[in-house]
Design a binder for this molecule. Structure first.
Ligand code: HEC
Length: 142
């Protein structure tokens, strides 16, 4: 028996599980807390434009290139940016470090309006499916 090894493996598994859960629930929660703490709502709102563009509009604009945009947006959050949305530039948010900026960027990219969530987009409408792919109890409806 190697009790030490197996407990190490246990911790490793636990670590892996936590890592896998991170991008979804926990990171989103950290993002939601950080936007409050870093006073991003001073210039941004969820659905309507204020000094800066609404979170939902930013998420929609970059939805197709989310993976790349996490880093791009994180850098704009730290260093500031301008000319992408209007005449007013975003000043550098100096009290945001790189790790925080990435969490914030990932959070912003998830703020899609309900009708544009990928799950809803990517599922074909029932009317577009060949009848053979419909559950049997729905085939008569067509
Ligand atoms: C002083 C006002 C102000 C504050 C505070 C502010 N922003 Fe902005 N933000 C703006 C403006 C204005 C723009 C549009 C800049 C442009 O046109 O490129 C913007 C743009 C953005 C974008 C979109 C960048 C792009 O190129 O699509 C993101 C993401 C963003 N802000 C995140 C944040 C986060 C996160 C915080 C909090 C740490 C924050 N902002 C705080 C004013 C602000």
């Amino acid at each position: 028996m190697h009790p030490q090894r197996s407990s190490r493996q246990g911790w490793l598994m636990l670590g892996l599980l936590l890592l896998m859960a991170l991008p979804s629930a926990e990171a989103q929660e950290r993002g939601a807390t950080l936007v409050e703490q870093k006073v991003c709502f001073g210039c941004h709102q969820m659905t309507s434009a204020s000094i800066g563009p609404p979170w939902q509009a930013i998420a929609v604009r970059h939805a197709a290139r989310k993976e790349v945009m996490v880093d791009v947006l994180a850098s704009r959050i730290m260093r500031g940016g301008g000319g992408n949305w209007g005449l007013v530039p975003m000043v550098p948010n100096q009290r945001v470090n790189e790790a925080e900026a990435k969490v914030l960027a990932a959070w912003v990219l998830e703020q899609l309006p309900a009708n544009q969530l990928p799950a809803a987009n990517q599922l074909p409408a029932a009317s577009q499916l060949p009848t053979s792919q419909l559950p049997t109890n729905q085939r008569n409806a067509q």
